[in-house]
Design a protein around this ligand. Structure first.
Ligand code: HEC
Length: 148
């Protein structure tokens, strides 16, 4: 079980890197690849919180690290002049880039805080997901356009 979870985490990480290399900066594909990495990491933690997977400190640590590092570089994908052709990214990102960046920074900072005091069991991971999830939802509501 434990090995399976690690293998899955490694696989997800590997796929993320492959997609990121294939996509050009500032495109929907590049942005989408980064957010899929964040989504994969959050999914791995949610599975532990829900009891679908056993608690595994290594998976929690890897997931939080992925979220922290990805949130730090995500706003770089929204430079001025790259607003065209991405139906999922709201024009509001380019109207208020400071707020967008502040929200990404907040997610990264929250993940860093959790890394410094790693959730020690499934209930702790559940509480961590609430903290992190508030960031996801708030930013999506303001800056993401649902395309499906
Ligand atoms: C700073 C704002 C921001 C934060 C914080 C944020 N997101 Fe996103 N997210 C976006 C934007 C913008 C998009 C659309 C990107 C695009 O496709 O151009 C997106 C898209 C996504 C997608 C769809 C990717 C795809 O193309 O299939 C997923 C999944 C996702 N986010 C998960 C998360 C999760 C989970 C969190 C929290 C742990 C999170 N996001 C936090 C802004 C944010």
């Amino acid at each position: 079980m434990r090995l399976k979870a690690i293998a899955a985490a490694v696989l997800v990480a590997g796929l993320g890197v492959g997609v990121a290399i294939a996509a050009e900066d500032g495109t929907h594909d590049a942005r989408s690849a980064l957010m899929k990495k964040v989504g994969g990491a959050a999914g791995a933690m949610a599975a532990i919180a829900k009891g679908e997977k056993p608690y595994d400190a290594a998976v929690v640590k890897a997931s939080l690290t992925t979220i922290s590092e990805t949130a730090k570089v995500f706003p770089d994908q929204f430079k001025p002049g790259t607003e065209k052709g991405d139906k999922a990214a709201s024009p509001k990102i380019w109207e208020d880039p400071a707020d967008f960046k502040a929200r990404a920074d907040k997610l990264s900072a929250d993940a860093d805080k959790l890394l410094a005091q790693l959730p020690a069991d499934a209930a702790g991971v559940g509480a961590a997901m609430k903290t992190l999830g508030a960031n996801c939802g708030a930013c999506h509501e303001k800056f993401r356009i649902k395309t499906e």
